[in-house]
Design a protein. Structure first.
Length: 424
């Protein structure tokens, strides 16, 4: 081993498994480590400190190991300012740019640790140094940040502008992954443990309702991500009740969910099937496309509500209660509705804006939109994913949304139970 670097770990690194994962990373990647200092927290709230030297056979391998350790929350012991390099052209980042996680992240700029704004996974980090303000025109509009301090924020690669100062390498970056509660407590302590279909649904739904109440009471934001199965399975009216009662602050879905919800209002069917009797009315198979045509003829969902053509359902309640929604289109869409965003970059940006405002996200029976929203969420955002298929939650976790917890249950049962719990 010819090169080395010292890193530090601090926090509840033993019971959260962080220290063991870091040791494993070094060994799995062909390196070695020597623990130089180790102080164990000796009571419930005390933190543990570990200082270790990481050794590798080449500078390249050492950098790779340090990158993985950084993702786990390790910080180099002799911090230096982050390395910055100007983007060579629009949409192009420098070689070896730092690709973000969704964990709270800090970047060292001019000797100062600066928290990254709007953290999101798989983005570039942009540093913006402030220019000296004219004291005659200075106006402190940012209550949390000194106007003379540098800013660090994320940009997706296609949004990078020529000349942007992009963070490269691993130097001067500190990542703070959220730690699991030591005793399973905390706001979402009841959900620790991944995905299970054997947990008692009633008690979990009560806990989720309590979390929604707490977010509502604190002026927070509850975002719901919706799949068409909500309408098929009979959960539509209950979700509409939650929107009307003020428990939902934003809705993210695709063209399909909105069409099925509107079809249910206009024709009493969902994909041509009567959701009450399960019968197939004559010409029912055309109701889906007829709905799109009628809404387009009127000029959109809001116009249909204003005209009194649409007078119930989830989309109706969103319009009536000023709950913002994003309908992100896909290549599979029929129509689509005039309200559906068909430009994928525009849709991403709209979802990203929703996600960054959310304090609690309910992902209800939709894999594609759950992953899309999950990719935009910080790891500190409480996330509940509900689906009849365990693979939906598993795939969400595999794609980086490690904070998500899963309930495997029928969505048509879950939403009415949640509605009853909240409205009581």
């Amino acid at each position: 081993m010819t090169v080395s670097r010292t890193v530090e770990l601090e926090g509840h690194i033993i019971d959260s498994g962080t220290m063991g994962m870091c040791f494993g990373v070094v060994m799995d990647m062909g390196g070695e480590f020597e623990v130089e200092e180790f102080e164990v927290g000796r009571h419930k709230h005390a933190e543990t400190y570990c200082r270790m030297r990481v050794l590798a056979d080449s500078q390249e391998n050492l950098r790779a190991i340090l990158h993985e350790l950084n993702q786990q929350g390790a910080t180099v012991a002799d911090p230096r300012d982050a390395t910055l390099e100007a983007a060579p052209e629009d949409g192009v980042v420098p070689v070896d740019f730092y690709s973000t996680t969704n964990h709270p992240t800090f970047v060292r700029v001019d000797g100062e640790w600066v928290k990254v704004e709007d953290i999101e996974m798989d983005c570039a980090l942009i540093v913006e140094r402030s220019t000296p303000a004219d004291p005659r025109t200075a106006d402190d509009t940012d209550g949390d940040r000194d106007s003379d301090s540098p800013r660090v924020y994320t940009k997706v690669l296609n949004a990078v502008d020529e000349g942007d100062l992009v963070v490269t390498g691993e130097t001067g970056i500190r990542v703070e992954p959220p730690e699991r509660p030591r005793n399973g407590g905390g706001s979402f302590g009841f959900m620790q443990g991944g995905v299970s279909s054997e947990r008692p649904s009633a008690s979990l739904i009560e806990d989720i309702a309590n979390e929604i109440h707490e977010v509502n009471a604190n002026g927070g934001n509850v975002l719901v991500v919706c799949g068409p199965a909500i309408v098929h399975s009979g959960g539509r009216d209950a979700l509409a009740d939650l929107v009307r009662a003020g428990h939902i602050d934003g809705l993210s879905a695709g063209n399909g969910f909105a069409v099925h919800d509107l079809e249910r209002d206009l024709y009493g069917t969902s994909l041509g099937v009567d959701t009450e009797s399960l019968e197939h009315p004559r010409k029912g198979h055309k109701h889906h496309i007829y709905t799109i045509s009628e809404i387009a003829r009127l000029g959109g969902i809001e116009a249909a509500v204003d005209e009194g053509i649409v007078d119930e359902g989830v989309m109706y309640e969103c319009i009536e209660n000023d709950v913002p929604y994003v309908l992100a289109g896909s290549i599979r869409d029929d129509g689509p509705l005039p309200d559906t965003i068909t430009d994928s970059i525009e849709a991403q940006n709209a979802i990203r804006e929703q996600a960054q405002r959310a304090d609690l996200v309910l992902m209800l029976s939709t894999l594609l939109h759950s992953v899309a929203v999950g990719n935009c969420l910080p790891s500190t955002t409480k996330t509940v994913c509900v689906d009849i298929n365990p693979a939906t939650v598993t795939q969400l976790l595999d794609r980086g949304s490690a904070q998500a917890i899963g309930m495997v249950t029928d969505i048509g049962t879950f939403i009415p139970m949640l509605r009853d719990e909240l409205l009581e």
